[in-house]
Design a protein around this ligand. Structure first.
Ligand SMILES: NC(=O)c1ccc[n+]([C@@H]2O[C@H](COP(=O)([O-])OP(=O)(O)OC[C@H]3O[C@@H](n4cnc5c(N)ncnc54)[C@H](O)[C@@H]3O)[C@@H](O)[C@H]2O)c1
Ligand SMILES: O=C(O)C[C@H](O)C(=O)O
Length: 364
């Protein structure tokens, strides 16, 4: 009796324990298991596992996905980390699972395992899809990435309709509207839970502005509004913290560098993809803010591309307050100078077309 109790405490006898661990890591075995069993397993903690949130990364084997998965495995707010991709998840999962941090990691490979990957998740981060090559715009990715985002969002609507969704896949200005339409069609749409990740624009803005001002980038906070492509990326330098003023040449230089930061990386990588490491850093900064909001922390404020009423457009990036339900408050743009007001008009014009393109793709 005592021996039986001890075995239960240890998670069953030795052969049961070994079978369970290898099933966790082997997606082919997982494929055969019932969704219910997977959910039950998701809910239990590996020995030493921390209490926290369940996070899925869709596109986990990619250039962004791998460092993002590694950094999320290091995040103390994460208890369960599901890594999904259509390629290479067994290797990435095996590798990351050896890190001695609290989160339990499980890998899921291919569409048959998408539902298991998503069931029970609190936060889904989506960097799935193709990246740019030199000479391409983000909109050139639409034809491939729109379908990928649509399918993954159908899975989210079915398996974790209450999850907070962070969309990284480009073109964000269109993929976020696609996600909204998929959720509306499924009857699960909650505008508070859908966020396009524009954090990299803020990260870049802080870095480039700090360089010009001779400051530590960690002391700088530049709001970046609008969207996530070319002129739709609108840094509000007049609202920088700490307050600083810029000459018109400085403002023009910085705005252009921030708007073209993605292209700068695409060209430097010369055909090998776009920003991955800085994006993984930015995605984790943003995901961590979402989790802190879910935990109930006060005053968690970040910029994101969200369903919005701050302009006449249905989606817009601006500062938002994150809380237990996702986006608790979308802030208005605040006072802008003439240069920024002109930028806003250009941004809105391009954004309107990109949003419409996403909506009509998802509703056709
Ligand atoms: N929002 C941003 O600020 C930002 C920044 C950088 C990159 N991006 C975008 O992120 C996306 C990914 O970039 P990357 O450099 O990681 O690309 P990548 O090609 O290195 O990785 C993409 C991953 O997605 C996977 N994938 C493809 N189809 C899938 C599907 N149906 N389901 C699940 N996974 C699938 C691939 O197998 C691959 O592992 C691109 O669209 C890129 O433009 C956005
Ligand atoms: O530029 C790209 O294509 C990737 C991403 O959107 C970025 O801003 O780095």
């Amino acid at each position: 009796m005592q021996q039986q109790q001890q075995q239960q405490h240890n998670g069953g006898d030795a052969s049961q324990r070994i079978a369970r661990i290898s099933a966790h890591l082997n997606p082919h075995k997982l494929q055969k298991m019932e969704a219910k069993t997977v959910l039950e397993r998701s809910n239990c903690r590996a020995k030493g596992g921390s209490p926290g949130f369940k996070v899925a990364i869709l596109g986990a084997s990619g250039g962004i996905g791998q460092p993002l998965s590694m950094l999320m495995k290091m995040n103390p707010l994460v208890s369960v980390l599901h890594l999904y991709d259509v390629a290479n998840t067994p290797g990435v999962t095996s590798d990351i699972s050896h890190m001695d941090t609290g989160a339990v990691v499980r890998g899921f490979l291919g569409p048959q395992q998408l539902e298991n990957a998503l069931t029970g998740m609190d936060l889904v981060i989506m960097p799935a899809g193709v990246p740019r090559k030199p000479g391409m715009t983000r909109d050139d990715l639409f034809n491939i990435n729109a379908g990928i985002v649509k399918t993954l969002c159908e899975g989210i609507a079915k398996c974790c309709p209450k999850a907070i969704v962070n969309i990284i896949s480009n073109p964000v200005n269109s993929t976020v509207p696609i996600a909204a339409e998929v959720f509306k069609k499924a009857g699960t749409y909650d505008p508070k839970r859908l966020l396009g990740v524009t954090m990299l624009d803020v990260v870049r803005a802080n870095t480039f502005v700090a360089e010009v001002l001779g400051l530590d980038p960690r002391e700088v906070d530049v709001p970046v509004v609008g969207g996530h492509a070319g002129v739709t990326i609108l840094p509000l330098l007049s609202q920088i913290k700490p307050p600083c003023s810029f000459t018109s040449e400085e403002a023009a230089y910085l705005t252009s560098r921030i708007q073209n930061g993605g292209t700068e990386v695409v060209e430097a990588k010369a055909g090998a993809g776009s920003a991955t490491l800085s994006m993984a850093y930015a995605a984790v900064k943003f995901a961590d803010a979402c989790l802190r909001g879910l935990r109930g922390d006060a005053d968690v404020i970040k910029c994101a591309f969200v369903p919005s009423a701050v302009t006449e457009l249905p989606f817009f990036a601006s500062k938002v307050r994150l809380g237990r339900n996702g986006v608790e408050e979308v802030y208005t743009l605040g006072p802008m100078n003439e240069f920024e007001r002109a930028g806003l008009e250009m941004a809105k014009k391009e954004l309107a077309g990109s949003i419409e393109k996403g909506v009509s793709f998802a509703t056709k």
